[in-house]
Design a protein around this ligand. Structure first.
Ligand code: PLP
Length: 396
């Protein structure tokens, strides 16, 4: 590194400016906290963008990584590997009962790209129905089904002429389209970037029935919701939903912070995929697979889904108690995927939270910030958030 430039300046010089950044240099993480260059700590309710489900540098994960790294860091999919076998089994057995097999890749965009490709082959059709305001990733395939117009209009040579966009939650809009041309319906079952919105249980059930009746592949993009973020391993396992898609995509938390993407297929779809249909050199590599395995086993053995279920109810109650005061106008809590709508620019709240040592995320809505913390966040840490938030409500 050049002597005259700081690490921040050096990064700005050499890395393309695709991300707006927090104004500090991150050095380390431990539990629910990250630490900057000056030793300042932040309670991380952003979770590295819904990724670090076990918190930072959880001993079970670092142990799994160092053990696997000392044995074999990488070999391609042409060899079987015990970590891949175990990771695949963990995912399939914790997902929907109808799921049978997985395909491993490296990111959410890649998982969605793959799912769309599989659905097109399985149906012999080319059109896709997607939801307004949805987000599915930035490569051309997923970008073409992103319901946020601005993302696509900046790159107009995408494939969105093959996509029909409909309002999330509106079955009539779907029924008005030509089902016989439709390969897939893809949706985030909870729209996260849009500000954390869920549809009614009936909507998911109708989507399932409609897709089955019309030979359409139903894809749940669970890049954010699985594993465990809603308090269930996968979204549709909630008691009031009980809906299984044909294909599930996930990424973010699935490797506890190690880059992994996955497509999970039910029996019918699995049978349509043959050798040579798709591939990814790094997908399913031993180190990544050891992380998936450790993440699922640790979430389970430490009971984090149960604590998400109980603590998120308390968080919801407490956030709602602010609703009468005028600052919070709506609260949408789906486990540890939380949208807080406010009567001012949400960015003003997240800035003040950061100044008080707490990180939160933004959303597409200027009036909504999101909390996407590690699933390990404790009651005391939530109290820390509420203390800071209470102060902010007095200051504003
Ligand atoms: N799908 C959803 C719902 C997401 O939130 C994201 C990323 O934020 C993606 C897909 C894309 O994932 P990645 O950034 O790993 O490509």
């Amino acid at each position: 590194m050049s002597d005259s430039l700081s690490p921040i300046q050096t990064e700005e010089k050499y890395v393309l400016p695709t991300y707006a950044k927090f104004p500090f240099l991150l050095i380390k993480g431990e539990g629910s906290r990250i630490f900057d260059q000056d030793g300042r700590s932040y309670l991380d309710l952003y979770g590295g963008h819904a990724v670090c489900v076990l918190g930072h540098s959880h001993p079970a994960l670092t142990e799994a990584i160092s053990k696997q790294a000392s044995e074999l860091i990488f070999y391609s999919n042409v060899c079987h590997h015990p970590a891949r076998a175990s990771a695949a089994e963990q995912i399939v057995t914790h997902s929907y009962p109808s799921m049978r097999q997985v395909y491993f890749c490296n990111s959410g965009a890649e998982a969605n790209e793959t799912a769309l490709k599989i659905a097109r082959k399985a149906t012999g059709r080319s059109r896709v129905i997607s939801m307004n305001d949805s987000f599915h990733g930035r490569t051309i395939g997923p970008l073409s089904v992103c319901g946020r117009d601005k993302l696509r209009s900046d790159f107009p040579d995408n494939l969105d002429h093959l996509t029909d966009f409909v309002p999330f939650g509106d079955m009539d809009a779907i029924r008005a389209l030509k089902a016989e041309d439709t390969a897939a319906i893809i949706l985030e079952p909870i729209q996260s970037m849009a500000g954390v919105f869920k549809a009614t249980p009936e909507y998911y059930k109708e989507l399932r029935e409609y897709s089955t009746a019309n030979g359409i592949t139903l894809i749940f993009d669970e890049v954010q919701t699985a594993p465990g973020r809603t308090g269930k391993w996968f979204f549709g396992q909630a008691e009031d939903i009980q809906v299984e898609p044909d294909l599930v995509t996930s990424a973010k938390g699935i490797g506890g912070g190690f880059p992994v993407g996955v497509v999970i297929a039910n029996e019918k779809i699995s049978q349509t995929v043959v050798s040579g249909d798709h591939g990814s050199t790094f997908g399913g590599g031993p180190l990544a697979m050891a992380c998936v395995d450790a993440t699922f086993k640790t979430l389970e053995s430490e009971g984090h889904l149960e604590s998400v279920q109980s603590l998120s109810q308390k968080v919801e109650q407490e956030l709602k108690s602010y609703q009468g005061g005028g600052l919070i106008t709506d609260v949408r809590v789906e486990g540890y995927l939380i949208g807080v709508q406010v009567s001012i620019e949400a960015r003003e709240i997240t800035k003040r939270l950061r100044e008080k040592g707490i990180l939160a995320g933004s959303s597409y809505r200027p009036d909504t910030f999101r909390l996407l913390p590690p699933l390990t966040v404790s009651e005391n840490e939530w109290e820390e958030f509420f203390k800071a938030f209470g102060e902010i409500t007095q200051e504003i």
